[in-house]
Design a protein around this ligand. Structure first.
Ligand code: HEM
Length: 135
């Protein structure tokens, strides 16, 4: 994938510095807007789930230029998500909620370039996760 790596890393660092609980806000948005996904969650405590998502996002940010890593790790993550019962439609719910959380925290610093870079990156991540899920 050819992503705007610098913009993604800088905006992610800015958002996490302003709001270390970014993933908490993300889950609030997800469960409020799409309550139908709630029953899928429950293996882990909410706080643990927030920590795991944050860690995975940090790792993805660290490997944006490492296509073999992305394909392998996101493929495996996607296969686990298929087992959790995640559907294609739910990837859109999560993308919309993640983008909303980022937008909200970044406030006036959220530019059209940020919006474009993040929707492209999320699309690529979701595709890699689902590619393996279909295999
Ligand atoms: C950018 C896309 C996503 C990332 C980076 C991500 C990341 C993670 C991580 C790191 C875990 C911890 C368990 C594991 O590693 O297998 C997890 C679990 C989970 N994710 Fe995701 N996820 C994504 C998309 C989604 C989507 C679209 C859904 C659909 C609602 C979803 C629902 C779940 C569920 C149900 C669990 C298990 C929760 C539990 O055990 O309570 N995720 N996710």
């Amino acid at each position: 994938m050819s992503l705007n790596v610098e913009l993604l890393r800088n905006s992610f660092a800015m958002v996490v510095e302003r709001e270390p609980q970014l993933t908490r806000r993300f889950y609030d948005i997800l469960f409020t807007r799409y309550p139908q996904v709630r029953p899928l969650f429950g293996r882990n405590q909410r706080q643990e789930q927030e920590r795991m998502l944050t860690e995975m996002l940090v790792k993805i940010m660290d490997h944006l230029e490492d296509e073999p890593w992305l394909a392998q790790q996101l493929g495996a993550l996607g296969a686990r998500h298929r087992d959790y019962g995640v559907t294609a439609e739910m990837y859109d719910f999560v993308g919309a909620s993640l983008l909303e959380a980022l937008r909200e925290v970044a406030g006036n610093d959220w530019t059209p370039a940020c919006e474009a870079a993040w929707s492209e990156a999320y699309g690529a991540i979701a595709r890699l996760m689902q590619a393996s899920a279909q295999a």
